[in-house]
Design a protein around this ligand. Sequence first.
Ligand code: KIV
Length: 266
Amino acid sequence: MRDVSKIFPKGKKPFEKKISVLTCYDFMMARILEDSGVDCILVGDTLGVVFQGQSTTLPVTLDEMIYHAKAVRRGAPDTFITVDLPFLSYQVSLEEGIRSAGKVMKESGCDAVKFEGGGPEILELIYKLERIGIPVMGHIGLTPQSVNVLGGHKIQGKAEEDKSRLLSEAKGISDAGAFSLVFELMPSALSKEISASVPIPTIGIGAGAYTDGQVLVIYDFLGLNKGFRPKFLKTYMNGYEEVSNAVKNYIQEVRNGSFPGPEHSH
Ligand code: KIV
């Protein structure tokens, strides 16, 4: 289902059901997510870290985002897919932001874009894209593309002035026409207050239980990201151990000659 207004309703909260979002970067995983019924897939620029092995999301390019988004679209043709605009593809000027968002929509066949921040230039871009017909998901709280000014991956919105800034950013993003808004790494009480103050669905990651939906990074969620166990993360399988055990079994069977057996031979 790809109807934005059905997946991301707007208005009086709480909505009928919470919204499930998972990130994804490839065809096969996208097929599993679609077959399992996830509400929305996010082709996140986290791919720079969990797929490419970089230390931040900053090096990711627009063409890399589109490459992954196309693969995900092929695996999940009927699922609503949002694609991140990477660092420096929308911050330089309004015109460049529009072109980047348009390129993602044209080339990937996905349904929406997401980008970080809530300053005046970002609100202007959201407003313009909405008028052009490009649905936008906002993203506030910890905004990883600004990790170098935030001083690391820290919880945001603890100080009073940050709380009121985040509240006014959320209202601005909603008023500008975004269809939903990600809260990353924020205290639950703050995300509850802000979520209640905007009519659009809020999607949390490390922002507690009061948002209208949740998003997790697929490799973290599967337990594949060795040693990465922040408090907010629930792993739904021990992916690292399970894949590693499978590889060890394979190595042993190749070495002792039990694979391939007659059933695998022509
Ligand atoms: O890039 C990403 O995967 C994200 C999520 C963490 C929300 O922005």
